[in-house]
Design a protein. Structure first.
Length: 244
């Protein structure tokens, strides 16, 4: 890694600072010393707790919501290195990242000869540690949300989920396992859930026939739609439309 330039660094706590939605022209790394809550990065919400690390891309709006008292360390920096920095929240498995953060802050506090170069070298090591520790989960996490959003937007289309899983670089079985671990349902179950909820809404709000709704929501036939609807809600689509 190379070409890192620290732009700012500081330490905040909820007693003396109110965190507001903001962005920077540079990258930012945030270490949560204490507290728990949520952070919003680029429109996506993440759970945070002690020893979590956030990586925020340039111009990405973000905010931290910490329940009660909490403290954070943060560093803003320019980066033009070869390794990719993936925006997100990562768990620090040990205290090595915190020790590096401490050394960086110490260099800026004491300001001995060459303190900037020393701090930026330590930041390089810190970023390598984060990338190595999170590389196995950052990519699938990012791709999972992409595929989840894709399913929500294209629920009515005939799509092969095995083909979509190729976007993650994993086999369908492994992708299915990661998806279910993350969202508590399999990709296929999630697709069916979306279709059934959309169909239920159309039954209530439209004058379309059950057959039209079945095809509009991506079911292969009205029979399949009726069977799945009854299995999920305990009544047929026709009976649901009449009684509601």
């Amino acid at each position: 890694m190379s070409d890192i330039k620290i732009r700012f660094l500081n330490r905040h706590n909820t007693k003396t600072n109110s965190f507001k939605l903001h962005s920077h022209k540079c990258y930012e790394i945030v270490y949560f010393l204490s507290g728990s809550g949520k952070t919003l990065i680029g429109g996506r919400s993440h759970d945070i707790k002690e020893d979590c690390i956030c990586l925020v891309a340039p111009n990405s709006e973000h905010i931290e919501h910490i329940d009660g008292y909490g403290e954070i360390l943060f560093i803003g920096f320019d980066y033009r290195g070869e390794l990719p920095l993936r925006e997100g929240v990562y768990a620090s498995s040990d205290k090595s990242c915190l020790r590096l953060m401490g050394k960086i802050f110490s260099e800026y506090k004491i300001q001995k000869l060459g303190f900037r170069a020393a701090a930026e070298s330590m930041l390089s090591l810190l970023l390598i540690s984060v990338i190595r520790g999170s590389d196995s989960e950052a990519k699938p996490c990012k791709d999972l949300f992409y595929i989840k959003d894709y399913i929500e937007q294209h629920f009515d289309q005939k799509r092969n989920l095995k083909e979509l899983s190729l976007l993650t670089g994993y086999s369908y079985d492994h992708f299915r396992h990661i998806f279910k671990s993350r969202f508590k349902v399999s990709p296929q179950e999630y697709l069916i859930d979306i279709r059934l909820e959309k169909a239920k809404l159309l039954l209530l709000k439209s004058k379309l026939s059950c057959t039209d709704i079945a095809y509009r929501c991506g079911f292969s036939s009205s029979i399949q739609f009726s069977q799945m609807f009854k299995a999920r809600f305990g009544v047929s689509p026709t009976a649901y439309k009449i009684t509601n």
